[in-house]
Every structure is written in structure tokens, then in C-alpha cells.
Ligand binder design. Structure first.
Ligand SMILES: Nc1nc2c(ncn2[C@@H]2O[C@H](COP(=O)(O)OP(=O)(O)O)[C@@H](O)[C@H]2O)c(=O)[nH]1
Ligand SMILES: [Mg+2]
Length: 234
């Protein structure tokens, strides 16, 4: 079983080269796909310097859509979603994430950045708050459990947790040490960063009620993937 790494990147010129350098050097990864989601910075040009498939959406369609686009192009059974805003990605990180799924020990492995023993304990052992990291590896079958209406913007991570377990697949959470991450407020400026943090949190908060209380997916229908214009560089 091969592994495709998918980076849904929106204006990640500062860190993308670091992420792609690590992914393309890894023997555990067979294919890398960058989906630029209408980026207005150097994201596409940086991706094109590497031996990766680059899909440049002409407009911003949201993270979930970009991930779907990546999955549609992926040729392997194991999907490794990676955020574009990380740095200091090492081969140990990649092994800790991909290894358990490649060896068949888990169907989805979610990478959680280490935030100190107390926060790690509260989050992962005591179950305080959802595990929403975008750094995750899964079998394609796990991805396919998610109704497509949850594959938009920032809904996908919470939905993956919900439907993976419901379908009987095994989810593993792995703490990742010494992985750098650029926060929104420094990528986009304080006000824009706080605004997009608010928008993302609100979307996920409302979604949790939908997924676990109202369960609208039980009766609302599947939606077709909207058509988007893009440029492809292979
Ligand atoms: N495709 C796409 N990706 C996005 C968008 N906004 C953020 N991302 C990507 O999603 C990942 C996580 O987003 P980010 O804003 O850093 O969220 P945070 O890490 O939870 O604070 C990063 O790799 C971003 O490049 C968007 O509108 N479209
Ligand atoms: Mg981030």
C-alpha cells in the first residue's frame, strides 16, 4: 500500500519549502500533491520547484474542498494530510504518523503537536475538547465514510473523527514532539488571524452539535463536488 501526502495550502510561502523538502525526501511517501487554494503569494511557485503534483485552484474554495481535490488526484490507498504551515518536519515525525497506518495498526492516525504534559493529558487522556488536528493519516476507506456536505471549509476534521469511529475504523492519536507551527496571527496579521480563528472556531462549534445532536446527515442528501477552475503542474 502506497502513501500520498496532500497539502491543502492557502498562502503558505513561509513554510511550504520546509514541509515539501521533508516529504519528498521520505521513503515512506510515494506521491506528494500540493493544492493551492487560490493563494496570492508564492505558494504555487515554491511547490513547482519540487518533484510534486501542484494543483493551483484559481479561487479560494476552503480547506475541505482543496483536500477533496487532492484526494481526487491521489493514486495511493493511504492519505497523509499535512498542514502547510509547519516547520522542522523530520523523518521521525513522518514515521510516527504514517507508520501505524502503513503497518495496519490503525485506520486513522491523528498527529497532535505536544503542548506540555498537562495540556496533552487533558486533551488526549481526559478527553477535554475535540481532536481537530489537520495532520492526519488514513486509509482511503476512512475518508470515504464522511458525507460530502462535511467536506467543506474547516468541517472535515471533526467529521472524520465522527464517521471514522462510527464506521468501526480504529482511530489513533499520536503526540508529535518538536514540530514547529506558525500560528494564524503571525501568518495573516493580528486582526485577520483573530478573525479567521473566530470563523473557524464558530464553524466547528456549530458542527459538533450537528454531528452529535441533530445528526442532519441522516436525512440531508449528498452534494456533488462543485466544479472549480484550476491549473495543473506535474
Ligand atoms: N485550502 C485551504 N487551506 C486553508 C485555508 N485556510 C487555511 N488553510 C490551510 O489549513 C491549514 C490549517 O489552517 P490554519 O489557519 O493554520 O489553522 P490552525 O493551524 O488550526 O490555526 C494550513 O495548512 C492552511 O494553509 C483555506 O481557505 N483553504
Ligand atoms: Mg496552522
Amino acid at each position: 500500500m502506497g502513501t500520498t501526502a496532500i497539502i491543502a495550502a492557502y498562502n503558505e510561502e513561509g513554510t511550504l519549502a520546509d514541509v515539501l523538502g521533508a516529504l519528498t525526501a521520505s521513503p515512506l511517501i510515494d506521491e506528494v500533491i500540493v493544492v493551492s487554494d487560490g493563494s496570492t503569494d508564492e505558494t504555487v511557485n515554491i511547490a513547482r520547484r519540487f518533484d510534486v503534483t501542484t494543483i493551483a485552484l484559481r479561487q479560494n474554495h476552503g480547506k475541505g474542498y482543496a483536500m477533496r481535490m487532492g484526494v481526487a488526484w491521489a493514486t495511493h490507498d493511504i492519505l497523509f494530510f499535512v498542514d502547510g504551515d509547519m516547520f522542522n518536519v523530520t523523518s521521525e515525525h513522518i514515521e510516527a504518523l504514517v507508520g501505524p497506518v502503513a503497518r495496519g495498526e490503525a485506520d486513522m492516525n491523528v498527529g497532535i503537536r505536544h503542548r506540555g504534559p498537562v495540556l496533552d493529558f487533558l486533551h488526549l487522556k481526559a478527553g477535554c475538547g475535540p481532536v481537530l488536528s489537520g495532520i492526519r493519516v488514513m486509509r482511503r476507506a476512512v475518508w470515504e465514510t464522511v458525507p460530502v456536505q462535511y467536506m467543506e471549509r474547516f468541517k472535515i476534521e471533526a467529521a472524520l473523527n465522527r464517521f471514522c469511529v462510527a464506521a468501526g475504523y480504529r482511530q489513533l492519536n499520536t503526540v508529535i514532539y518538536n514540530l514547529g507551527h506558525v500560528i494564524k496571527e503571525s501568518k495573516r496579521g493580528l486582526l485577520n488571524g483573530l478573525h479567521s480563528r473566530w470563523e473557524m472556531s464558530r464553524e466547528v462549534f456549530l458542527l459538533i452539535f450537528d454531528l452529535y445532536v441533530f445528526e442532519t446527515w441522516r436525512w440531508s442528501g449528498q452534494e456533488e463536488m462543485p466544479v472549480a477552475e484550476y491549473d495543473l503542474f506535474e
